[in-house]
Write a protein that binds this ligand. Structure first.
Ligand SMILES: [Zn+2]
Length: 260
């Protein structure tokens, strides 16, 4: 540590304290700004909370345990945990990191959709040896299988590649946390409305895409499944981004029709 840096910028645990204080300040601002977001983003936040509440109960056998395999519940549980963590990261201004979690949820969403349209795939996915499962059910493999079945892909190649580029894989010319009109990079802990809306939208769409088919696949009572499907459709129909909205609405309408 040189004299200069010790005077101007804390190091060691003091730096970590400072970092946490920046995040807390950003979180307070993020909460305050919620009421100033466009109506669709405010509704998405509210709808996301309701869907998460339902999925939290589904994943934890709140309505009773069927005592059989919990594969669907466990995938939902992973999506719930990632969503809750992502919401905190959004509050903290760590938008890229929230998007990395949204990518994982999108992957579960595509997988769940494949299980829904081709139920035999679920058994194969469970029973295959790890190496074969990884290869056959890679994100690319799952997208191809959905396309081969003639269905719309909830998270298509373009969306998935964007999430990979922004949030996961190292890429040239991608500035960190640059969710603003001027492309100015930040390192987290700085509120950005564009980042907040983008992340909420991607997260909500990801979770809705998991919830609809999961509710149909899980061994839960039909009325509860219908409540979850309807909550996922509400999320989808009120998303801020119209392109996503159309895509989810088509998928969700399909689910709803088949569920009644
Ligand atoms: Zn159980």
């Amino acid at each position: 540590m040189n004299e200069d840096s010790s005077r101007n910028t804390p190091e060691g645990a003091a730096f970590l304290d400072l970092s946490a204080r920046h995040q807390d300040t950003c979180a307070a601002k993020s909460r305050e700004q919620l009421q100033h977001l466009p109506q669709s983003a405010q509704r998405t936040y509210e709808n996301l909370g309701t869907l998460l509440s339902l999925l939290d109960r589904m994943a934890s056998c709140y309505w009773g345990c069927h005592g059989k395999e919990h594969v669907i519940e466990d995938l939902v549980g992973r999506a719930v945990g990632s969503s809750r963590a992502a919401l905190r990261l959004i509050d903290f201004g760590h938008y890229d990191q929230a998007l990395a979690l949204a990518r994982g949820i999108a992957e579960i969403g595509n997988l769940m959709w494949l299980f829904y349209i081709k139920p035999d795939e679920l058994r194969d996915w469970i029973d295959l040896p790890e190496k074969d499962r990884r290869s056959r059910y890679s994100p690319f493999g799952v997208r191809k299988a959905i396309e081969a079945a003639g269905s719309i892909v909830p998270h298509d190649q373009t969306d998935y590649a964007w999430l990979c580029m922004i949030a996961v894989h190292p890429a040239p010319n991608v500035r960190p946390q640059a969710h603003n009109h001027h492309g100015i990079p930040t390192l987290g802990g700085v509120y950005q409305e564009d980042g907040q809306i983008e992340c909420l939208t991607r997260l909500a769409w990801g979770l809705a895409s998991v919830a609809g088919p999961a509710a149909k696949l899980a061994l839960i009572e039909r009325p509860r499944a219908e409540v979850i499907v309807e909550a996922s459709i509400r999320v989808a129909e009120e998303l801020p981004d119209s392109e996503n909205e159309n895509k989810v609405s088509q998928s969700s309408d399909d689910i709803l029709k088949k569920s009644k």
